[in-house]
Write a protein that binds this ligand. Structure first.
Ligand code: NDP
Length: 394
């Protein structure tokens, strides 16, 4: 019986993973080791009972009592807090889903690699902040990392049986997000609700806003560089409003392998869950005749400063990814709280990278997890200062 843990089980990716697991037989066919959540204790306890998990972990130690009460009589252990998350990651599992949102997902995923099993990586922030460390640890522990992000799953699938040396370029597709057709002058005044109206995908709140600003795509460009080891100038981004091609790989003979499917994350989650087999999945089938046409356009870097910043981060490497991600998270918090405008997010991240520049030059092979966490902390402080200044100027 395969053993499974899901970090971030109560989130959008976590819920879809649980859905697939239940369809595949749940506790009858899988031994569920750990399920973790953040604040949604009711759902965490419900899932843990349903899947007969060994342990359920929530993010905040203050919630432990309530979690215990919700699990009373179930036989499921309860734990809480960042240390408990790491202890849950120490429990061996054959397949671990890393789907906590943000930098908080790095340490548990890193720790889970120790068992040498499979880490299904939805938490793209892990690769952005600590890509060289994570990939080296996976190699050292003979663990396998499988991508869950739809673009990276698409690239992974388009690479099956191919030689990476024959790859000329990787083309990441982007929907362009909720505001893609707005006149650029109106973007500064975009509200949270407007940025949340994603045209194609149903995702968690933070990633949906990141999709409108293309900070999500910027993270994915860096993720591509770290995961597939290609050079930054081999990575292109193209806006594809239909979101039916999830990404493409261009080879040196001019051929392009594109991966298509309905915009449903259960495809890439299911691919990672069943790899190397393809299992039947409950996702919609494309009716190409009805779709009729697919369209593409180049992204405008004025509109999406995040894409330009991603190039700078890749040129710097070292700890720049950690600073970029942390500053982006803080800028997003301030946008969500109404303190800064939509276009201010890019300014906050850019200013933070400038201020921190002297701290970021670390050789990749000399970086440690502690360095990453220290820069993450520093960047959050600096970005907070910049954002508060920006808010004062509005
Ligand atoms: P959600 O916000 O929907 O869920 C995040 C999960 O992390 C929840 O279980 C949440 O708990 C938990 N969590 C939040 N903060 C903490 C914390 N400090 N410590 C421990 N757990 C915490 O996010 P998504 O599912 O949308 O995204 C998860 C990851 O997958 C992200 O890295 C995202 O970039 C990536 N991803 C998501 C896609 C999508 O379609 N949603 C597509 C591709 C990648 P709770 O809800 O209980 O508070």
């Amino acid at each position: 019986m395969r053993s499974i843990s899901i970090f971030g089980a109560t989130g959008s990716i976590g819920e879809q993973t649980v859905d697939l697991l239940l369809r595949a037989g749940g506790a009858r066919t899988h031994r569920v080791v750990a399920l973790t959540g953040g604040r949604n204790l009711a759902r965490l306890a419900e899932m843990a009972r349903l899947l007969r998990a060994e342990i359920a972990v929530c993010a905040d130690p203050r919630d432990l009592r309530e979690l215990r009460e919700r699990l009373a009589g179930s036989g499921v252990e309860a734990a809480a807090g960042p240390e408990a998350l790491l202890e849950a990651a120490d429990r061996p599992a054959d397949w671990v889903m890393s789907a906590i949102v943000g930098a908080a997902g790095l340490a548990p995923g890193f720790r889970a690699l120790r068992h040498g099993g499979t880490l299904a990586l939805a938490n793209k922030e892990s690769l952005v902040t600590a890509g060289p460390l994570l990939m080296a640890e996976a190699a050292r522990q003979r663990a396998r990392i499988l991508p869950v992000d739809s673009e990276h799953s698409a690239i992974f699938q388009a690479l099956v049986g191919e030689d990476i040396a024959a790859v000329e370029r990787i083309i990441l597709t982007a929907s362009g997000g909720a505001l893609r057709d707005w006149p650029i002058e109106r973007l500064a005044a975009a509200t949270v609700a407007e940025a949340l109206a994603h045209p194609n995908w149903t995702m968690g709140l933070r990633i949906t806003i990141d999709s409108a600003s293309m900070f999500n795509k910027a993270l994915e460009v860096i993720e591509t560089r770290e995961f597939f080891g290609v050079a930054p100038d081999q990575i292109e981004v193209i806006i594809h409003p239909e979101s039916l091609i999830h990404s493409m790989v261009g080879y040196r003979d001019g051929a392009i392998m594109a991966h298509m499917g309905a915009p449903d994350m259960r495809h890439s989650i299911g691919y990672a869950l069943n790899w190397p087999e393809r299992a039947a999945l409950p996702v919609a089938r494309l009716d190409l005749a009805r779709i009729g046409q697919l369209t593409f356009r180049a992204p405008d870097l004025q509109r999406y400063p995040a894409l330009r910043l991603a190039r700078e981060v890749m040129a710097r490497r070292g700890l720049a990814g950690a600073a970029f991600n942390a500053a982006k998270e803080v800028a997003l918090d301030h946008f969500l709280a109404g303190g800064i405008g939509f276009m201010d997010m890019g300014c906050v991240v850019e200013a933070t990278l400038e201020v921190l520049d002297p701290e970021l030059g670390r050789e990749n092979d000399r970086m440690t997890l502690e360095d990453v966490q220290a820069v993450d902390h520093l960047a959050r402080q600096r970005a907070g200062e910049v954002a508060r200044r920006q808010a004062g100027e509005r």
